[in-house]
Design a protein around this ligand. Structure first.
Ligand SMILES: Nc1ncnc2c1ncn2[C@@H]1O[C@H](COP(=O)(O)OP(=O)(O)OP(=O)(O)O)[C@@H](O)[C@H]1O
Length: 343
């Protein structure tokens, strides 16, 4: 549905070039929710704004629904943009218009008669769960409700693509979840292709099918969400995963941690589970087969894109030979084992 081919964007600031995007290639298949994640200044906003040409790339092609939109006349571009809607971090609602009137705006622009506007807006109000707020002004809505209005307005022209520019960054975690659920719901109900940019891996985890990681204007990694979470390759990707998945060694364990094995001490392990290994009861198998016990100190297991993954701190209790064999067994089952020391 969306293809970016060799997209570069250079800004000139104080006569100096800023290479915001460098030769980006990206394919967002129809019907998918595709996330682009990156740190501040990585080029996310520039990238998403290139998709509807709010920002014109310095070079490269932007193909939406099989059409290279960089070659369109202004008049054709305006028409095409109706099929590429966008929502923003700060909602961009008109404060002087009610919820109903905000949602009706794009329909008024295309000259739809009033008797057709009313049922369409009512249908959109129902879709986003705001039927009872139709006559309210934006100032009297919560952030989540404002974003729902923005989503309804974005859907008014039955777009094929919805671009989400940090759409949940101004919202609290619970409201973020409900807005992401709404986006997933409309993706499924309407078959809408969604491209979103975010700096939060949790957003990607919750709704995306695929994700691309952007760093300093370059696309450094791209894959399904399951693959990215279970086998992140690039260092930036790994940092993002760490931000959703990290376990610190508790202070009392840190204090007694010895770097070398000693009689009466047991290895403290950090286990990283990815992909297939979480489907196998490896820990209990290791315990039975090698006569060891696992004293799990903390664990964080998660699920994204059909893949279970997680991280665990555990003390492996048993004699030295048995713990070594058990560690080998875990490793052969694709669990990454890090011996942090001995406690
Ligand atoms: N209009 C502009 N003029 C000059 N430089 C710009 C312009 N817009 C963006 N840039 C620069 O391009 C780079 C990428 O900016 P961009 O806003 O796309 O990053 P971002 O990943 O969206 O960051 P953030 O998450 O902080 O919004 C930055 O170095 C930024 O300063």
């Amino acid at each position: 549905m969306i293809k970016l081919e060799n997209i570069s964007k250079t800004f000139i600031h104080n006569k100096q070039p800023i290479y915001a995007l460098k030769d980006i290639n990206l394919h967002v298949p129809a019907g998918q929710i595709f996330g682009v994640i990156g740190k501040s200044g990585a080029g996310k906003s520039t990238l998403i704004r290139c998709v509807n040409l709010l920002e014109r790339p310095t070079s490269g092609k932007v193909i939406v629904d099989n059409q290279d939109i960089t070659t369109l006349s202004n008049r054709m571009l305006i028409q095409t943009r109706r099929k590429i809607s966008m929502i923003f971090q700060h909602f961009n609602l008109l404060s002087s218009r009610t919820v109903f009137e905000n949602i009706a705006l794009p329909l008024e622009f295309i000259g739809l008669p009033k008797k057709k506007i009313t049922p369409k807006v009512n249908q959109l109000l129902e879709l986003v769960g705001l039927q009872d707020k139709w006559n309210v002004y934006p100032a009297n809505l919560s952030g989540g409700q404002k974003q729902r209005v923005a989503i309804a307005r974005a859907l008014a022209n039955d777009p094929k693509v919805l671009l989400c520019d940090e759409a949940t960054s101004a919202l609290d975690p619970e409201t973020t979840r409900s807005i992401l659920e709404l986006l997933k719901d409309i993706n499924q109900k309407l078959g809408l292709t969604i491209l979103l940019i975010t700096h939060e891996m949790d957003v990607v985890k919750q709704i995306c099918d695929q994700v691309a990681v952007i760093s300093q204007g370059e696309l450094v990694e791209q894959s399904t969400v399951g693959e990215i979470f279970s086998h992140p390759k690039n260092e930036v990707t790994q940092q993002f995963i760490q931000s959703t998945l990290h376990l610190d060694i508790p202070d009392d364990y840190l204090q007694k941690l010895s770097p070398i094995p000693q009689d009466g001490l047991y290895p403290l392990l950090r286990l990283k589970f990815a992909g297939v290994s979480v489907d196998t009861p490896c820990l209990s198998q290791a315990a039975k087969e090698f006569n060891i016990d696992n004293n799990i100190i903390s664990a964080q297991m998660d699920y994204a894109g059909g893949i279970k993954f997680g991280i665990m701190l555990t003390e492996m209790i048993g004699n030295s030979q048995n713990t070594q064999n058990a560690i080998k067994f875990l490793q052969t089952n694709n669990i990454t084992v890090e011996v942090l020391g001995y406690v």
